[in-house]
Design a protein around this ligand. Structure first.
Ligand SMILES: Cc1cc2nc3c(=O)[nH]c(=O)nc-3n(C[C@H](O)[C@H](O)[C@H](O)COP(=O)(O)OP(=O)(O)OC[C@H]3O[C@@H](n4cnc5c(N)ncnc54)[C@H](O)[C@@H]3O)c2cc1C
Length: 557
């Protein structure tokens, strides 16, 4: 071995050269490279917000991806007491978490839609911001989403709205443990789930006692617990508690007006499968001060809009997880070779990647359509009805697809997709969460039936949407006709409703793809998802599907 060979050996591993391994996919621009997202943003009326969305994409793909890794590797810690035994109930986060929160708030993820509420499409542009936000880290999106979703609830109590909304809609993130009014920006959480019941919130046992006079806007003391209370360092939570008049909604601040820490005792942080950067806690309310929001006994109705908006964000989050997993899989398959060809050139891998690309595009199309319906709700009754039913349908299906999707993307990376250095491991741990919180799958399906039976306008809005691509593909026409017949048959509807909701989601996705106008995408979707020749796993597209075109469209080489 000569000197040159020896010195070159010193730069390598002792026994081999590392090759046939892809370069890391950073930095990359998750907005610029996502054609289905860009098209959906424009299609659903959010194009005017593109400058903000594109700017955030650049930041997400740059330093914030690394912040996401750090925030998850360094989980939040609960500090219940100070050195002298005084309760402080603080959660300590890694600086990367605060960096993510600050970027998110600065770019308006919680506030953009409300600050631009006079412009049609504001919620659509915000959905794109939120979709990108989710890519860097999922955990911090929990308080960001809850802050966004709290606004219509707090508005129901004008004096609370006047005091709180300016700070909630601020673009300053202020992580200091101080009373809300001493801070430049506030975040808001939500506390409904108790030990004896989460889906069934009417079983809540937490009691609210009036301090003086009772009713909307009045002060109460809360005694009870919450079993899941995410982001306990938020400046306030919207919570449910029982009064003599029934289950009611309250705004419970972290500090009381005299500047003292409110009587909310954090018992412990949840030790979770994933979602590591987010602190989810169990709390006891030991006479905590809280103000009633909305009518006494109408707590569920009052908080419903928050629930509905956070469900929308579960949908956005799952579509985003899929997209991120897809980008990693495509990147890997383009750089890695096996058996003499790049993976992306192997016919079976091509089928898997094209199928994932199709699923991801359908997920983002449905997500952005729901965002438009949310956006149009205040102005348009039909859109309000569509938002009501489509949020539940889309949350059910897109969140349900995410774990299988991420696992398939993981498999495209082989063993590298299963180790912690790869973001896929984190995405896989995160993937099941969106279908659990804010109402599990069954609850979404039952909600679809409830909407159909109690609000006839939702059925009209749903079938009007399903009819919008009539004649676009024979399999879609047949699927819609079958859905009409199956919804009309009320026999064992509850037991059949998962299958029905799944088929409704697929038909809605097909309608959107047909109307979006890319024939190759729409036909591949209808033929695989609706025409019946499709397997249970990804990678079972018919061989006639335009796989190269689907892959190239998903992430330009
Ligand atoms: C990480 C994490 C963070 C969370 N953060 C918060 C938070 O900040 N605030 C908050 O309030 N909650 C929070 N939650 C709670 C979450 O919203 C609940 O776990 C969820 O709504 C389900 O409630 P549950 O756990 O009580 O399950 P259950 O209500 O007991 O449901 C268990 C199963 O039964 C099914 N089921 C229930 N009723 C029916 C029915 N009639 N027919 C058929 N099936 C049914 C459900 O679909 C589910 O699959 C969080 C949860 C997690 C995992």
């Amino acid at each position: 071995m000569n000197a040159a060979e020896r010195s070159s050996l010193a730069e390598r591993f002792y026994t081999h050269r590392v090759d046939n391994q892809p370069p890391p996919l950073v930095p990359y621009d998750p907005y610029d490279t996502d054609l289905p997202l860009r098209e959906a943003l424009a299609r659903e009326g959010g194009a005017w917000g593109e400058r903000e969305v594109a700017a955030y994409g650049k930041q997400i793909g740059g330093e914030l991806m690394e912040a996401g890794r750090l925030a998850n590797e360094n989980k939040p810690k609960l500090r219940q007491f100070d050195a002298y035994g005084q309760r402080i109930d603080e959660v300590e986060f890694h600086p990367a978490y605060h960096q993510l929160m600050a970027a998110s708030v600065r770019h308006g993820v919680p506030s953009f839609a409300w600050r631009h509420a006079d412009r049609s499409g504001a919620h659509v542009a915000r959905a794109a911001l939120s979709y990108l936000d989710y890519m860097a880290d999922q955990g911090h999106c929990c308080p960001v989403t809850m802050t966004y979703a709290s606004v219509p609830v707090i508005r129901q109590q004008p004096e609370l709205a006047a005091a709180w909304l300016p700070r909630i809609l601020s673009t300053d993130y202020d992580p200091r443990c101080l009373p809300a009014w001493e801070k430049t920006g506030n975040t808001i959480g939500m506390g409904m789930t108790e030990k004896q019941g989460g889906s069934d919130v009417r079983s809540n046992t937490t009691k609210a006692y009036p301090v003086g006079s009772r009713g909307p806007g009045k002060l109460y003391e809360l005694v009870g617990h919450k079993w899941f209370y995410s982001a306990p360092m938020c400046d306030a939570h919207l919570v449910l508690a029982q009064t003599d008049g029934g289950l009611s909604c309250f705004l419970l601040p972290r500090y009381t007006p005299d500047g003292v820490l409110n009587a909310v005792r954090i018992q412990r942080l949840k030790d979770k499968l994933g979602d590591w950067s987010n602190a989810s806690s169990e709390v006891e309310f030991c006479g905590a001060a809280a103000w009633m929001v909305g009518e006494e006994g109408r707590g569920v109705a009052t908080i419903l809009e928050m629930v509905s908006l956070t469900r929308q964000d579960c949908l956005i989050g799952s579509a985003s997880l899929m997209r991120q997993a897809l980008a990693q899989a495509l990147h890997h398959a383009r750089h890695r070779s096996a058996f003499g060809k790049r993976l992306v050139e192997q016919p079976l891998m091509k089928n898997v990647l094209a199928d994932l690309a199709l699923e991801s595009e359908a997920a983002v199309a449905l997500t952005m359509r729901v965002a438009r319906a949310v956006d149009s709700s205040p102005r348009d009754a039909a859109e309000r009805a569509f938002a009501r039913i489509a949020t539940a349908i889309a949350k059910y299906w897109v969140c349900k697809r995410a774990p299988a999707f991420v696992n398939e993307a993981q498999e495209c990376l082989g063993g590298a997709g299963y180790v912690e250095e790869s973001v896929l491991a984190r995405l896989y741990r995160q993937a099941p969460l969106n279908s659990i919180w804010e109402g599990c799958g069954n609850i979404q399906c039952l909600d679809v039936l409830r909407a159909l039976s109690r609000e006839p306008a939702t059925r009209d809005a749903l079938f009007a949407e399903l009819g919008m691509a009539a004649g676009g593909h024979p399999a879609l026409d047949a699927a819609v006709a079958r859905l009409a017949a199956d919804y009309a048959d009320t026999d064992s509807l509850e037991s059949r409703c998962r299958a029905l909701v799944e088929r409704t989601a697929l038909a809605l996705q097909a309608v959107l793809l047909v109307r979006a106008g890319n024939q190759a995408v729409a036909a591949a979707f209808c033929e695989s998802r609706l025409a019946g020749a499709y397997g249970m796993a990804f990678g079972t597209l018919p061989p006639t599907a335009p796989m190269d075109a689907l892959i190239e469209r998903a992430l330009p080489a």
